[in-house]
Design a protein around this ligand. Structure first.
Ligand code: ADP
Length: 264
């Protein structure tokens, strides 16, 4: 099931994503205003920023789902604007719940998605990793919100992608499910995949990401590793109001309720 594109990616030794001077306007709104960055192969890279700062538009241009007004986006050397179909074979995208046929079983849905990419899918490893193998014969409609979200993550892997895009992958999940998701994403990195995600959870970015870019008003205002950004802030004289304690409230919650997933 290794495609010509995957060979191309395996041999590609430059930055896996190159974005140069991207711009996109919607009427009066300059959603993306000259964004440039690169992502190295095997990185977990996050776009952070308040709502409306241009993260989704930027990511969707790289995925080939929206066209830029100007600028360039490349994945493994493929110009997304010129050849969006080629890019789709090497990327995995977390779809919204509305994209799934509600009445199909999870294992059927994964096989159907695989057929779109012309690959034969074995649902077992994909569903096991997100702890849904026991629900393989359940229809999507009967899943809880958190299970739907985990399924969408599994579905992003059907075409064995080299680069995975996740839009707020843990929003709305309980701490147990969030930790499972972090382990899943870290596992993909260990397999050599590259992950680009958006999140509003700073502890998630700090725990998971090699580098983060902070966007505001369509521009990247800073880009570095979480550690370096924190050090820079401290270097500018910042001090926390509260003393830092050896545990957080989340540690208390996980200690009391356990780390294993809860289903209802
Ligand atoms: P974020 O993901 O950071 O929340 P978005 O990329 O979704 O930001 O949006 C950036 C700006 O572009 C916002 O002001 C948003 O309202 C606007 N925008 C996004 N998509 C569209 C669209 N399809 N039509 C018009 N305006 C849009």
């Amino acid at each position: 099931m290794v495609s010509a594109n995957n060979h191309r990616v395996a041999e590609w030794d430059g930055p896996i994503i190159v974005v140069e001077e991207l711009r996109k306007r919607y009427g009066d709104v300059q959603a993306v205003d000259g964004v440039s960055f690169q992502v190295e192969k095997g990185e977990i890279f996050a776009l952070l920023g308040p709502n409306g700062s241009g993260k989704t538009t930027t990511v969707e241009i790289i995925e080939g789902m929206r066209t830029a007004d100007s600028g360039r986006a490349e994945v493994a050397g493929i110009d997304v604007g010129k050849d969006p179909r080629a890019v789709k074979h090497i990327i995995g995208v977390q779809l919204q719940s509305s994209a799934f046929f509600e009445h199909l079983q999870l294992q059927e849905l994964l096989k159907m998605l695989g057929s779109i990419y012309r690959v034969k899918v074995d649902p077992e490893p994909l569903l096991r990793v997100v702890d849904l193998w026991d629900r393989r014969a359940a229809s999507f409609r009967t899943l809880s919100g958190g299970q739907k979200q985990r399924f969408a993550i599994a579905a992003a892997l059907v075409n064995d992608p080299t680069v995975i895009f996740l839009d707020e992958p843990t929003t709305g999940l309980d701490p147990q499910a969030r930790h499972l998701m972090w382990e899943t994403i870290a596992g993909w990195k260990a397999e050599g995949r590259t992950i680009v995600l958006t999140t509003h959870y700073m502890e998630e970015a700090e725990e998971l990401c090699d580098r983060v870019a902070v966007m505001d008003s369509g521009k990247i205002i800073t880009l570095n590793s979480p550690d370096a950004l924190i050090e820079e802030l401290i270097g500018r004289g910042f001090r926390r109001d509260h003393e830092v304690r050896a545990a957080t409230l989340e540690d208390v919650f996980l200690d009391l309720t356990g780390r294993s997933l809860r289903e209802f």
